[in-house]
Design a protein. Structure first.
Ligand code: ZN
Length: 167
């Protein structure tokens, strides 16, 4: 397989625009550098990763990703109230903010703020895009081998692999 083809353990750089069913732009790399990700390591939603596999540099893709291969279905659990004083004093909780909490087994679980009132912050385990079909317009701009360090970390370290980064 060509070294310029999207495959596991390759770092892929791509431009993307993500829209929802209504045609609203949710996110885009337009006006920014292409986004790098490490293929086969769950850096991007499964449905997009699957459809990018095997594409070459310069390829353009329109990909529709259903919730099951995107950010999941919406659960029917209502948002759970958390007392405001459980948040650090320097944090001003706002709808849409993401936090990571520890689950019962010590696992890390992402949560999002749904809304707030005087005393509470209401959190949900649903990703803000849960239940949405995602529409991606993608152009692949570069594909390269990952470095040992990138493979060990499971994510890319910038466009060339030599950029410093913060953990
Ligand atoms: Zn790293």
């Amino acid at each position: 397989m060509s070294t310029n083809t999207v495959a596991s353990d390759k770092v892929v750089l791509f431009h993307y625009t993500l829209t929802n069913d209504a045609g609203d732009v949710i996110d885009t790399s337009d006006g920014h550098d292409p986004m790098p990700y490490l293929h086969g390591h769950g850096n991007i939603v499964p449905g997009l990763e699957r459809q990018l596999t095997g594409l070459a540099v310069g390829a353009k893709l329109s990909a529709d990703v259903p919730p099951g291969e995107g950010y999941g279905e919406k659960s029917d659990r209502p948002p759970q109230p958390v007392p405001r004083d459980q948040f650090p004093p320097d944090v001003d909780p706002q709808p849409g903010m993401q936090f990571v909490v520890q689950g019962p087994e010590g696992e890390h679980m992402p949560v999002w703020i749904e809304n707030t009132d005087e005393q509470h912050v209401f959190i949900t385990f649903d990703h803000p895009l849960a239940g949405e079909t995602l529409h991606f317009a993608v152009e692949i701009t570069a594909v390269r081998d990952a470095t040992e360090e990138e493979l060990a970390h499971g994510h890319p370290h910038g466009p060339t692999g030599n950029e410093g980064h913060h953990h």
